[in-house]
Design a protein around this ligand. Sequence first.
Ligand SMILES: [Zn+2]
Length: 616
Amino acid sequence: MSNNNIPRWNLDSLYPSLDSKEYKNDLSELENTFSLLQDMLNKADKNNFPEWLNSYINLLNKESSLLKTLQAFAYIIYSTDTTNPLFMNNLNKMDDYDAQSTQLYIKFSEILAENKDKLENFYKKYPEKKEYSYLLNEIIEDKKHQMSAAEEALASKMSHTGSSAWSLLQEQIISNLKDENGKTFNELRNDANEASPELRKKSWEKEIELLAQNRIAFGAALNNLKGEKIALNEKRGWKEGIDNALFNSRLSKNTLNALIGAIEDSLPMWRKYFQAKAAILRKNGLTQSKTAGTKEHPGIAFYDLFAPVEKPNALGNSNSLISKKWTFKEACDYVVDEYNSFSKNMGDFAKNAIENQWIDAEVRPGKVGGAYDEDFPKGHQSRILSNFTGTFSDIITLAHELGHAFHFSCIKNKAPLFFNYPMTLAETASTFAETIVKQDMIEKSQGNDRMKILDLDLTDASQVLVDILCRFYFEESVFQARKSSELTADDFCRLMQEAQEKSYGNGLNDEKTADGKNYTERHEYMWAVKSHYYIPELDFYNFPYAFGQLFAAGLYQRAKKEGSDFAKTYEMLLSQTGSMSCEELCLKAGFDITKKDFWKSGIEMYAKEVEEYCKF
Ligand SMILES: [Zn+2]
């Protein structure tokens, strides 16, 4: 435990340190496995292909387990101490392992594609391997989008000084930005949730000032990252940036179009919500904006998007669950109780995760912002990073990340190759966990608290649907524009403004500067803040969250109808997420996700909330 009993995690059951015997053993074990795989690839036997493939898959599981564990470990220790040269070097070393693994993978996919007519025979001989068929077919499909082995090797090596390096730069700048008083960038961003209208506005101004000071570096990073990706996509035969992302998400274009279409149809409802919130803030004297929420400019100021709403007579009510400052212990107990209300398995899981010190929640300089869950095949355990400040949304974050970890625990009986599930389904598990907490809270609350929790839910959902649509538009336009020219910070700001207008529209304050060129109260630097845009392997990182949000809403409604029986179905669903396409998996639970109607049913839940909210 550290200050205020906000914990740092305990890593002993992973590795005591980088110098430890355990760590060094696993490194050499991994290197050993690499050479065994290489040997097998050299001696691939076409005449005894089923036997060969069977042994190869077994060894591949071992490689996958070691590599995933070592990589995740390298990342998590770095992420809490981003300027530590030892941790940075270690993280770079993982890139080399990754490159080796990719080399082996490329060779394997060649052999697999050459021998695909022997697969039927393989499954006949090894029926227990039938469950690998989706993965093996995926590898054969992926083969069509590979450059030659030598080109892939070079691309992977060059990425260390290219895309991966640009990505690290963005992360390092963000985690080391501070204001004059030593307040970190993430603390400034957290102020968006604060009750004080002055503080929200001041921190937003400071945030933009700090970003603008580094605009050249951010712009260069994003420009070069996307430039590299476009060149590679072209070489690999992906027509559009999104095609690669869809393949990685195990999702069809039809499904994406249905999802995006449903969100676009719901935009008028979301804008109504933003305007209602702006009006509530204005009416109760809770905004510093001169124009937001007025007749001429009905939209909300960007810095008020996360503002807590209050009725004036309820201010200072310290009994409220939503506005009080939570201790970490209270937050944990609350999440465990809520999980228990859905299933004992889920509740017990969260309790164990907390007791085993899997969570690093303390805010400190040098640590990355936001939150994540990392899963480790070694000992089948997870670690969760968050930046806990005691707000209600920190509890939701905790529920979200523990939901990811619970997902991983449901897959315990599968082989390591099934641990790689697409983000779409990963985000469903975490959002479902969030939904349990929030919906229960709405049900239990009344009056001012009810307004506040509805607002919190709608804020989160609108971030996941409207803001993610905005990010989707932005990224699409970046890919389009970057094809024909280099892009600067100015371009990114312009494209972000356009994307915000297309998604939020007059839900955000539309007041402009005197020259009519810029909006006065929006955030044209969001492209510099969100690290998602800077992850080399993950374009269009964001739509899976929208998928998860609406799919989780659908699952939640099912859970309410079916009661405790649904917990079993849910765990079964999670346990199979690594083995098939999203469409196939969702059909198993009775959902046709290629249809817009399905996604609209998820939005229904929020439409009802907006309707009630507008009456406050
Ligand atoms: Zn998540």
